[in-house]
Design a binder for this molecule. Structure first.
Ligand code: TYM
Length: 329
């Protein structure tokens, strides 16, 4: 990896099934950015521990996510694929950043407020989660962070922490910029378009997983909530339909306006059938490639060990600098 290229960093929690909202919000840009940037893509297993996980499932899911990254087009020759816990510096830097983060900042995080709303026993990890995310980013001096719109507030905190540390000690961290899709940064649930589509949703009909087969995809789209009326229009008054048109637009080269025109006089059912087929066709090659890769455990392990070796080198460099600046002996 050359020194001159700017750096991209992002990550996904290995919880639930990787789904099309993760692809549209993040992965699609990850793939694109590989042409121009030096990229590091994480599987953030430490983050996923903020919700109780079954150990065997978590282990299997981490491998599955790596294979899905590759199947989608992450190229291990150009980009590093890294399991967060393989580089202990993530946790080490988190402690340092803990000491410069204010409780008030964490209290304001909307994701924490949402996640803790109905939970009885909220663990401290859920609360400090955004600090671990900041350390993922700052550890590698990332310039650009491609994510969905839901991560914007977390990124703002990462920027604030970088600036605070730089001001208090001396310039140390690159202040990262978010990279968020304009019109598709927030894909909504199929059954409940007021909520975002989430890979850890208990109701599988709310999302389309990257590994869903054709029949499942078509069935889920058919069942998706649409609004009353019969016209195919892209409008805030019809959030269910708006979300489906956004998906159609993401999986075709058509703008929402083109899609409206294409379906003048047609029915919701025609539109949904086409959308289901469009998504299924686009996901099929990913599923086929995934099946080839997932059985090659040695290949996956080799990519991960190269990824963590190179990442560790970069991480160590930042962490030594940080320790020195704050006066640790
Ligand atoms: P996570 O695992 O919840 O989601 C992974 C990525 O998918 C995006 N995303 C969406 N985009 C559009 N519409 C949606 N409905 C939708 N749902 C999820 C997310 O924005 C994200 O880009 N905290 C992060 C993981 C993380 C991270 C990092 C990201 C940890 N360290 C460092 C960037 C840099 C998270 O929970 O993502």
């Amino acid at each position: 990896m050359g020194e001159q290229k700017k750096r991209v960093l992002s990550g996904i929690q290995p919880s639930g099934q990787l789904c099309i909202s993760n692809y549209i919000g993040a992965l699609k840009n990850w793939i694109k950015l590989q042409d121009e940037y030096e990229c590091i893509y994480l599987i953030v297993d430490l983050h996923s521990l903020t919700v109780e996980q079954k150990p065997a499932d978590l282990r299997q899911r981490c491998y599955s996510y790596v294979a899905q990254y590759l199947a989608c087009g992450i190229d291990p020759e150009r980009s590093l694929v890294v399991i967060q816990s393989h580089v202990p510096e993530h946790a080490e830097l988190t402690w340092i950043l803990n000491t410069i983060t204010y409780m008030g900042e964490l209290n304001r995080m909307t994701q924490f407020k949402d996640k803790s709303k109905n939970a009885k026993n909220i663990n401290a990890g859920l609360y400090t989660y955004p600090i671990l995310m900041a350390s993922d980013i700052l550890l590698y001096q990332a310039d650009l962070v491609p994510v969905g719109a839901d991560q914007k507030q977390h990124l703002e905190l990462s920027r604030n922490l970088a600036e605070r540390f730089n001001q208090r000690y001396s310039p140390t961290f690159t202040v990262p910029e978010p990279y968020i899709p304009k019109s598709s940064g927030r894909i909504m649930s199929l059954q409940n378009p007021d909520n975002k589509m989430s890979k850890s949703d208990e109701n599988e009909n709310n999302f389309i997983a990257l590994l869903d087969d054709e029949d499942t995809i078509i069935r889920k789209v058919k069942r998706a909530v649409t609004d009353s009326g019969s016209e195919i229009v892209f409008s805030d008054d019809k959030p269910g339909l708006k979300n489906l048109i956004t998906l159609y637009s993401c999986y075709s080269d058509l703008s929402p306006k083109d899609i409206e025109n294409k379906y003048v006089g047609k029915m919701y059912s025609d539109f949904k059938q086409d959308l289901g087929e469009l998504i299924a066709e686009s996901l099929k090659p990913i599923r086929i490639r995934y099946e080839e890769i997932i059985s090659e455990k040695d290949y996956l392990s080799k990519i991960l060990s190269e990824g963590s070796d190179k990442a560790s080198y970069l991480a160590r460099r930042t962490l030594s600098k940080v320790y020195r600046k704050i006066g640790l002996v």
